[in-house]
Design a protein around this ligand. Structure first.
Ligand code: ADP
Ligand code: MG
Ligand code: MG
Length: 895
């Protein structure tokens, strides 16, 4: 027979799955001998059974009865006893703490009779009725789902009538009056009276905690945080202690270190004569823990000792909730505390120095996502700021600009050099051009999977979404801020995509100290020291190498400062653009090989200079260069544009034969689906001389670099190969060119010729392709597009937000590798290729190379390196280290 209920004294912190985070930690504190009011936990398993059957599982109610009886015996009081009642709290708590779940109900066990008993026993009638009105209020709103205003309005009215501002100024008679009012309000809004039977109060409260698992808010939160839907929540039933018994009582919250900066020393707030959440509700001014020392030295000392005990025990920063009941301290909650990215790095390394944890564990306590956040420019926190609203931190960054309400205005204003913030209720695909033009995007509706959030993240645009205090009126070109000013089109605002904050006016932006340090500035602060320590450790333990995607010498040099170990992807498209377009045109309209060769010969020296710059920046490191990949028409004029030009010239009788040929070529090269057309290796085969010109430029530049005393390691990469035959054809030509260059220059430059694996066919036939390739690099962007059969540019802004909402994916497969599908192809290709060439060097050069979750997968598959944008290089180094370091994170891992 299952057990659905456990005493706090029976559990431990390892049992978060069964007891939830709160229950497991209450049990752990009980085991440690800290003063925890006794109680018991109804398990998540009971919740799952209840949700499945729609009713309490058999035996659960009896078990609760037994544990309640034991609690009553311990406390020497019975629940609802009219002379001396035991009161309990009913507290929700799943494995991960979840806003949106049912709130706690305090003071269960009070009714019209037992409130008198409590008054007699405590010799404090005011306290008894204050507790009762709180029960009615909490029960009414959380169990019966009545709007909280229904209760807070009469409370406010009564205070106004009495000419007082604070709850504590109401006297017993006032509170008795409120109890009567609240009872009537429950009758009216819940269509039933408040239950006088204490056991019925308890059972209803437990059920409503279970039911709250499936409220819309809870479901949405789980989807965003990727918490499974089938965990269920536990319920904790705990004897009440009272912080609302006059000036020697109160309740507080604390952290064992500063959760914002990581500074050592406790940090917290205390509120005298208060119960439950009063301290965080902002109803009165709280005092600091140092002030508590003045007020109640003994409790303060005891509190510090307990906080120290908890930190030593959990070996991590903890947060706590406590109550002082007439001078006696009680611990009501603890967990490993949430912290900012800065605090995470600093606390982890401080704890290494304090000998609490080792470096491996410290590495597990930080993440690449946190490091990435620390690298964004930030708003200056010491600057004057006027907060307008707070929404969801959908896409990080700090953006300042003038408010615009539609795409056209955004595009127009941006074109004349203005910084703009696009403000919308919510966005749709029509807003795309505005989002591209804007510095940031702000919406009043929608969560982290809304259209605005998904698209902004994809473009790296700063975004705050769902700022509900904003009433956006695009037609009237204004936003009304609830309880604040009205912002009109053209007004300047600042949005912080890392915190979700929206400020009026321009807030100063400062560069991240970390980025300045990476760039070589002499920055010496505690954060930089902490990051440097953990990066160094990560570099020491990781197997996976980290390269960068860089197309220019400047990018390559920066990536090197950020710690890359080579270039994994140097795109060559830009070497055909700008003024060189004209040469490409000549290449394409050339009627014979002489014309073609002339055009290529003109391009050659220009490209050689480009490659020389890159070899210079990457001396002695490998440089993977991808031969030209996109469809040729991207280098040619638009068909309409050229047709008009030709027609006008013809009409004037000034027929231009170059333009005519160009127009024919553009027409000829037109494709319905360019992504699936003449591109990649297909170009190399269809346009003779194109690839060989590039390879000649690469090898001549490399030879010059070597002749100048440097070292070059070019790796020539052929894109979009689907069949080994394609690679063989191209390879034969490239090798011949290499021999020619070697003969001409008399210098031999060692080089590799490899291929991208970015088509499903290439992955599946990887064993054949491997025979002809010196290396592989997974182009996971194209591989994702080709595997799913959708093009990123077309789908991300159109139906992706719907797909995320409907749960087709939890996260965009372009942001984080689709391990099930695309990942399987990576696995298959690697296994098959290494079966014929065990030492084949294999990397990844898609954007996934900088994504933490994907990096762990690539490490597991046994790839040799990941390659990512320069800014992501430190993130990848850290995550590769975390993937290699086996130590498991301690603590309870609360989200
Ligand atoms: P949350 O999950 O929102 O933090 P809790 O279950 O921790 O909710 O309850 C909120 C507050 O209610 C606690 O911080 C504490 O102050 C108060 N509380 C809960 N149980 C008790 C109790 N048995 N005695 C006194 N106060 C309690
Ligand atoms: Mg709490
Ligand atoms: Mg590609």
């Amino acid at each position: 027979m299952n057990s659905y209920v456990f005493d706090f004294a029976q559990g431990s912190m390892e049992q978060r799955d069964l007891l939830g985070g709160k229950g497991a930690n209450l049990a752990e504190m009980t085991r440690l001998g800290l003063p925890v009011p006794p109680g018991f936990t109804v398990t998540t398993e009971a919740c799952r059974a209840y949700l499945k059957a729609g009713d309490e599982p058999p035996g659960m109610s009896d078990e609760i009865g037994h544990h309640l009886a034991a609690l009553e015996a311990t406390m020497g009081r019975a629940l609802g006893d009219p002379t001396d009642p035991l009161l309990v709290s009913v507290r929700s708590g799943g494995k991960f703490s979840m806003p949106g779940m049912m709130n706690t109900v305090l003071n269960i066990g009070l009714n019209n009779a037992s409130v008198r008993g409590l008054a007699d026993q405590s010799q404090d009638e005011r306290f008894a009725f204050d507790s009762y009105r709180r029960l009615l209020q909490m029960f009414g709103s959380t169990v019966f789902g009545i709007d909280a205003d229904v209760f807070s309005n009469p409370l406010d009215d009564l205070k106004a009538e009495r000419g007082v501002t604070q709850d504590v100024d109401l006297v017993s008679a006032d509170l008795q009056e409120l109890v009567g009012t609240f009872e009537q309000l429950i009758d009216k809004h819940a269509d039933r009276p408040f239950p006088q039977d204490p056991r019925e109060q308890l059972d209803l409260a437990i059920r409503s905690v279970f039911d709250s698992w499936n409220t819309d808010r809870a479901v949405l939160y789980r989807r965003q945080e990727q918490i499974p839907d089938d965990l269920g929540t536990a319920v904790n039933i705990q004897a009440m202690v009272f912080g609302n018994r006059g000036p020697t009582s109160g309740s507080g919250v604390g952290f064992t270190r500063d959760p914002a900066t990581g500074d050592a020393g406790v940090y917290g707030d205390y509120l005298q004569n208060a119960q439950g959440e009063d301290v965080v509700a902002g109803i009165r001014n709280t005092m600091s823990l140092a002030d508590l020392d003045q007020l109640d030295h003994e409790s303060h000392e005891q509190l510090l000792t307990m906080m120290e005990t908890l930190e030593q025990h959990y070996r991590d920063m903890c947060d706590i909730e406590f109550t002082i009941d007439r001078g006696t301290l009680w611990m009501l909650q603890t967990r490993v505390g949430k912290r900012t990215p800065e605090a995470a790095f600093r606390i982890a390394t401080d704890m290494v120095h304090e000998g609490l944890i080792d470096l491996d564990e410290a590495l597990q306590r930080v993440s690449g996502a946190q490091l990435a956040q620390l690298m964004f420019p930030r708003f200056d926190t010491v600057a004057d700021r006027t907060l307008l609203a707070t929404g969801m931190n959908a896409s990080p960054g700090a953006a300042v600009g003038r408010v615009v309400f539609d795409s056209e205005t955004a595009v127009d204003w941006a074109a004349r050099g203005e910084n703009v913030i696009l403000v919308r209720k919510e966005t749709n695909p029509d807003d795309l051009s505005g989002m591209v033009a804007a510095r940031g995007v702000l919406t009043s509706r929608g969560g982290k999977t809304s259209h605005a959030a998904v698209v902004a993240r994809g473009m790296g645009r700063t975004c705050v979404c769902g700022a509900e205090a904003l009433d956006v009126d695009a037609a009237a070109r204004k936003v009304v801020v609830r309880g604040g000013p009205t912002v009109s089109e053209g007004d300047v605002i600042s949005i912080d995509g890392t915190t979700g904050e929206v400020f009026l006016g321009e807030v100063a932006v400062v560069d991240s100290s970390l980025v300045r340090w990476f760039e070589g500035d002499d920055v010496d602060d505690e954060l930089v020291t902490a990051v440097a320590t953990l990066l160094e450790h990560a570099d020491g333990v990781r197997r996976l190498r980290v390269r960068a995607n860089a197309d220019t010498p400047a990018d390559a040099a920066r990536a090197r400062r950020f710690g890359c170990e080579g270039i994994g992807l140097c795109r060559t498209e830009h070497m055909f653009l700008g003024e060189r377009r004209e040469l490409v045109e000549h290449l394409i309209v050339a009627e014979d090989s002489a014309g073609r060769e002339a055009a290529l010969a003109a391009l050659l020296p220009l490209q050689k200079v480009d490659f020389a710059g890159i070899f210079g920046a990457m001396d002695d490191l490998p440089v993977t260069i991808r031969l030209i990949d996109p469809p040729l028409h991207e280098f040619l004029p638009d068909l309409t544009e050229i047709s008009v030009r030709v027609a006008l010239a013809d009409e004037r009788g000034e027929r231009d034969s170059h333009d005519h040929k160009l127009m024919d070529a553009v027409r000829g090269l037109h494709e319905q689906n360019p992504m699936l057309g003449l591109r990649g290796v297909r170009l190399g085969i269809a346009v003779p001389g194109l690839f060989t010109m590039q390879v000649r430029a690469i090898l001549e530049a490399a030879a010059d670099h070597v002749a100048g005393g440097g070292t070059a390691h070019p790796e020539i990469m052929v894109p979009l190969v689907g069949s080994v035959r394609e690679l063989d054809l191209v390879r034969a030509e490239l090798e011949q060119t290499a021999r020619m260059v070697e003969d001409e220059l008399g210098v031999s430059v060692p080089h590799l010729i490899g291929t991208m694996i970015e088509l499903p066919r290439a992955a599946i036939t990887a064993d054949r392709i491997a025979v002809s390739a010196d290396f592989f690099s997974f182009g996971t962007n194209d591989l994702t597009q080709m595997t799913w059969g959708f093009s990123r540019d077309d789908v991300e802004a159109s139906f992706f937000s719907t797909y995320l909402e409907r749960g087709v994916f939890g996260v965009s497969p372009f942001e984080s590798l689709d391990v099930e599908g695309v990942g399987e192809l990576v696995q298959i290709a690697t296994t098959r290729a290494r079966a014929v060439k065990p030492d084949l060097h294999i990397g990844v050069c898609g954007e996934h190379g900088g994504d933490p979750a994907s990096i762990h997968f690539f490490d597991d598959v046994g790839l040799d390196y990941v390659s990512c944008s320069p800014f992501r290089v430190p993130v990848a180094r850290l995550e590769a280290g975390r993937s290699a370091s086996t130590s498991e994170s301690a603590g309870d891992g609360s989200k």
